[in-house]
Design a protein around this ligand. Structure first.
Ligand SMILES: C[S@@+](CC[C@H](N)C(=O)[O-])C[C@H]1O[C@@H](n2cnc3c(N)ncnc32)[C@H](O)[C@@H]1O
Length: 310
């Protein structure tokens, strides 16, 4: 599969907001196939450096190949972004000038049927971004009950009639432990009308988020802010899910540290200190030309904030 298949989302906007500089230090927390990383390295030439992190060993393997021309200015780590402090420590970096988190799955993961993310082509019920570490979807489902599964479908996918769908899925995997993704999609769509988006889309998204603990990962990364950034350092988030965008928005707003004292107090006594400044008051969305080129970008929302001087 040629690596050009993954088109980075909002590349110009990422560069505009991250504003990579010669000699700067950057982290791409979701390296994928290195589309954004390549642009950051180009814009920070000749001596800007970049750490690329991804939990998917296949993405790491491919990014190493495609980013080979930049190897002298590039470090690549296979791992989770929730452990950013450990990764930075391992390479002897303390703080950086900019970080990018382009959340969710890559086209590489979606298009490889054997990874189990897609319902277009039959594959095993897997969905692990890191096949070496986490439990596969099938293993996870096998130890879940209907209430817990319905809760996941509702929370992460806002799936309607979640309890009915959860019951059907669990019954079917008991009868057929080798069930594939196409069959799972059929079960998840039974009795539901086909609209613009396939009725199984939300079910698959919710299951993927569960298998990869995506919310926990994002929360841990957000909690680590602003420590990994130098004063003036920037962080850019691209989310594809309203829940994730809300988490990002809320945490960045908290870091702005708006004083919560009642109006009229002569002196601030709430102790809330502003740590970051949010630059994108509203989420930035892709332009129509990009959506025409790359429909995968359709639900992308970009937010950016800058660490304030101490
Ligand atoms: C949307 S893709 C990134 C694409 C990339 N920006 C590019 O231009 O090719 C998301 C990537 O993030 C990785 N990923 C998702 N969650 C992660 C996490 N918690 N830690 C590290 N990598 C993660 C996925 O494996 C996937 O390769």
């Amino acid at each position: 599969m040629p690596d050009q298949l993954h088109q980075p989302v909002m590349p110009e906007q990422v560069i505009k907001f991250l504003n990579p500089q010669t000699g700067g230090k950057y982290v791409d927390l979701t390296l994928g196939l290195g589309g954004h990383a390549r642009r950051i390295l180009e814009c920070s030439a000749p001596d800007g450096v970049l750490l690329g992190v991804d939990r998917d060993p296949e993405a790491i393997r491919r990014a190493k190949k495609t980013l080979e021309p930049f190897r002298k200015r590039l470090k690549i780590i296979h791992g989770r972004f929730s452990e950013l402090d450990v990764h930075l420590n391992n390479i002897g970096w303390s703080q950086v000038d900019g970080m990018l988190a382009d959340l969710g799955v890559s086209s590489l993961q979606l298009q490889d049927a054997q990874r189990g993310f897609s319902f277009q082509n039959a594959g095993p019920l897997d969905m692990r971004m890191d096949p070496g570490l986490d439990e596969s979807l099938m293993t996870r489902l096998a130890r879940m009950d209907e209430v817990a599964l319905a809760d996941v479908l509702k929370r992460f996918g806002e799936v309607r009639r979640a309890r009915v769908i959860a019951r059907r899925i669990l019954r079917s995997i008991k009868e057929d432990p080798l069930m594939d993704t196409v069959e799972l999609a059929r079960i998840a769509s039974e009795g539901r009308r086909k609209g613009r988006i396939h009725p199984a889309t939300r079910v698959f998204m919710a299951l993927r988020m569960m298998v990869n603990r995506e919310q926990e990962e994002l929360r841990a990364l957000l909690d680590s802010l602003p420590d990994p950034l130098k004063p003036g350092g920037r962080v850019v988030f691209i989310s594809f899910h309203s829940l994730e965008d809300r988490l990002v928005k809320q945490r960045l707003r908290d870091l702005e540290g708006i004083c919560t004292c009642p109006p009229g107090l002569p002196k601030c006594c709430c102790g809330v200190r502003p740590l970051m400044r949010v630059i994108t008051r509203r989420p930035v969305i892709p332009e129509q030309a990009e959506l025409d080129r790359n429909p995968r970008a359709r639900s992308a929302r970009l937010r950016m904030a800058e660490r304030l001087a101490a």
